[in-house]
Design a protein around this ligand. Structure first.
Ligand code: SAM
Ligand code: SF4
Length: 342
């Protein structure tokens, strides 16, 4: 494996044409998943041929190139990152950038099914916080949302992560007629355990075999309903990302809202995404894509790769424009969320 040293003192954040510093990289390490959440994947998803995927060594090289260019926060996602064979060797290897100080945070978004197995190793590799996606605490609903998932496995995974000393944040997609009513109890459950809850609006990504209009509930409506029973105070806290946070006085916990559909968050966007095939997407809501696999494989040094990254960052779009309504009940972006990892 080609070692790329990323001295903390030399790495300056990349800046896009709109003056936004790019310091956050999300990497989808696989498009595969052990669940089939109905808003994310079709039941009969076709996955990429294994030969198209970057090897773990190539993923490491790519991530390290971004870290050398000033990325400070790296999130591994998927598909389900923990179902990629040997993924822990990548996590362990990337943790050297935490040790050197070049990387400030290494983190993960997971569905939690494999967490009981990997939690303590993740903690050993320097992972201090993770996001676990969980849309309901009702085992029957969980099975119908994920098509075959077992809620108990995810709950055990969350407990294992907490016991290992990893901070857990829960992400839940707000789903019309499915978990809308349950949001207060999901929030109380999370806050009771000291976990923040972030709600996400369904985004029109990828063909999933059904329309989006039946799934979408605006978070403005969810928030208004919550505000009837709870005191919500806006927090200034921002991660440069799409989430806006409130403190809930009654529970003392934090509640986040990710509202790509009702609010534009692009002006402060500090992130880019890489797929498991080495395609760089500089905006979640655009079809724009830059192939980094070719320059990565073309030579053992990183000059071509670095030039391709610079070119792509120089073309990062100003913002996106997701629409879900009756006339636009089609994906705005053809790739599934499991390709870019959200
Ligand atoms: N499998 C992991 C998980 O579920 O956390 C990581 C990948 S998953 C694609 C990342 C996040 O995207 C999850 O929180 C999931 O709920 C969310 N997601 C998937 N499809 C979505 C969609 N169409 N709109 C909004 N969020 C979506
Ligand atoms: Fe898998 Fe995550 Fe998509 Fe659910 S949201 S199908 S767990 S990738």
């Amino acid at each position: 494996m080609t070692e790329i040293i990323a001295p903390a003192s030399l790495s300056q954040p990349m800046t896009d044409p709109f003056g936004r510093s790019i310091s956050y990289l999300r990497v989808s390490v696989t498009d595969r998943c052990d669940l089939r959440c109905f808003y994310c994947m079709a039941e009969d998803m076709t996955f990429l041929p294994k030969a198209d995927l970057l090897t773990l060594e190539e993923l490491d090289r790519l991530c390290s190139a971004f870290i050398a260019k000033g990325v400070k926060k790296l999130r591994l996602t998927g598909g389900e990152p923990l179902v990629r064979r040997n993924v822990m060797s990548l996590v362990r290897s990337l943790s050297r950038h935490l040790a050197s100080g070049a990387l400030r945070e290494l983190t993960m978004t997971t569905n939690g099914t494999q967490l009981a197995r990997f939690a303590s190793e993740l903690r050993d590799c320097g992972i201090r916080r993770i996001n676990v996606s969980l849309d309901t605490l009702d085992p029957v609903k969980f099975k119908s949302i994920t098509r075959w998932g077992e809620l108990d496995k995810v709950k055990a995974g969350i407990e294992a992560a907490r016991a290992a000393g990893i901070g857990v944040k829960i992400n839940a997609v707000a789903l019309k007629n499915l978990n809308e009513e349950e949001i207060p109890s999901l929030m109380e459950w999370a806050h009771d355990k000291g976990m923040a809850l972030t709600l996400i609006e369904v985004m029109p990504m990828g063909e999933i075999g059904e329309g989006r209009i039946d799934q979408y509930v605006p978070l403005s409506l969810v928030r208004a309903r919550l505000a009837k029973h709870y005191t919500l105070t806006d927090l200034d806290e921002t991660t440069g990302g799409p989430a806006r946070y409130v403190r809930v006085a009654e529970t003392g916990g934090t509640l986040g809202f990710i509202t790509p559909m009702t609010h534009n968050f692009c002006e402060s966007c500090n992130r880019v995404r890489i797929t498991c095939t080495g395609t760089l997407h500089t905006c979640l809501g655009h079809e724009d894509a830059a192939d980094l696999r070719k320059p990565l494989r073309a030579s053992a040094d990183n000059d071509l790769l670095a030039a391709a990254i610079d070119r792509a960052i120089g073309l990062k779009p100003k913002g996106h424009d997701f629409i879900i309504d009756r006339r636009h009940n089609r994906p705005s972006v053809s790739r599934h969320m499991s390709v870019t990892g959200g």
